[in-house]
Design a protein around this ligand. Structure first.
Ligand SMILES: NC(=O)c1ccc[n+]([C@@H]2O[C@H](COP(=O)([O-])OP(=O)(O)OC[C@H]3O[C@@H](n4cnc5c(N)ncnc54)[C@H](O)[C@@H]3O)[C@@H](O)[C@H]2O)c1
Ligand SMILES: O=C(O)C1=N[C@H](C(=O)O)CCC1
Length: 266
């Protein structure tokens, strides 16, 4: 396979560190620069706790793209910054692989049009773990037969966004196969605000944040006399790296924006 020149945004984070390791362990991946919120002009090796790599650190993504001309950007920063970086990548003809969440459908549609106008691929992946993609696919299938469903997502307590991108995507996939439906008792009340969770087309989404967790989700279906629970657990961030690698390799041959790895692992 040809060498792929990569830039990682957020290299000091939990995911960014794993991604830096991935680039070092993958023969055809060449990490040419990283984008950090500080340490501009340093080498990665000069940043506390980072590996001994002579890779330049930039704080200005545009400067980075102009000087390094990477093929692919991997963004693992925050929902707010991920959006800005995706747009900057498209503007510079760099193919973005975005791991951050929080994109609205309108934003996705607009960015897809932009990617298509430029004729380059882009991937937004709310969850890179293959098991999580399967959980979502299985949940979509189950919802055709058991439309009463609640989603329980559980993450570490450093997570900024709620509900998780995965829960949101799961609800969206389920809504493609089931009619909107109010669940629970028609006269139910919330004596404590939020007790019934968020409401998406009648599906309830509950977000748990605790130290010790990484990323977990249960999709619980209920029908007369039975329940079905589909559960996925990421027990460490290495679980996301095969999906990151697949995304980088796939985005090169796309000419549109793909939202969700379920479109890639058919
Ligand atoms: N898609 C997935 O499978 C998946 C998996 C895990 C996490 N995530 C998402 O990825 C993101 C990162 O997760 P994490 O656990 O590594 O978080 P983290 O807080 O450990 O790391 C985020 C890093 O981004 C850096 N950063 C912030 N602003 C920046 C900027 N302007 N430029 C460059 N770097 C900047 C921070 O300094 C930090 O080092 C989150 O949005 C999270 O929800 C996605
Ligand atoms: O750690 C996080 O933050 C994660 N976010 C993703 C989400 O919002 O769905 C899933 C993987 C971990």
């Amino acid at each position: 396979m040809n060498e792929i020149k990569l830039v990682i945004a957020g290299p000091r984070g939990n995911m960014g560190r794993e991604a830096v390791t991935l680039t070092q362990e993958t023969e055809h991946f060449s990490l040419v620069a990283v984008i950090d919120s500080k340490h501009d002009g340093k080498w990665l090796s000069e940043v506390d706790g980072m590996p001994e790599l002579d890779i330049p650190v930039y704080t200005d993504i545009k400067q980075c793209f102009t000087e390094q001309k990477p093929d692919v950007l991997i963004d693992l920063t925050s929902p707010e910054i991920g959006k800005i970086h995706l747009e900057a990548a498209l503007d510079h003809g760099v193919r973005p692989v975005i791991g951050t969440t929080g994109f609205t459908q309108e934003e996705i549609d607009r960015l897809r049009t932009k990617a298509e106008d430029k004729g380059i691929g882009a991937i937004i992946a709310p969850n890179f773990a293959i098991g999580a993609i399967l959980m979502m696919k299985f949940a979509q299938t189950a919802a055709r037969y058991m439309p009463d469903v609640e989603i329980l997502e559980m993450h570490h307590d450093r997570k900024l966004d709620a509900p998780s991108g995965t829960a949101h995507k799961t609800a969206q996939l389920i809504s493609e196969v089931r009619e909107a439906k109010k669940q629970g008792h028609e006269n139910e009340t919330e004596d404590l605000q939020g007790a019934r969770g968020a409401d998406m087309e009648g599906m309830r989404i509950h977000s748990i944040r605790l130290p010790g967790l990484v990323a977990h989700q249960e999709v619980i279906f209920g029908g007369p006399g039975q329940t079905l629970t589909i559960r996925h657990d990421s027990i460490n961030r290495a679980s996301f790296m095969p999906g990151v690698r697949l995304s980088v390799e796939t985005v090169l041959s796309l000419d549109t924006l793909v939202y969700g790895l379920e479109h890639i692992i058919e």
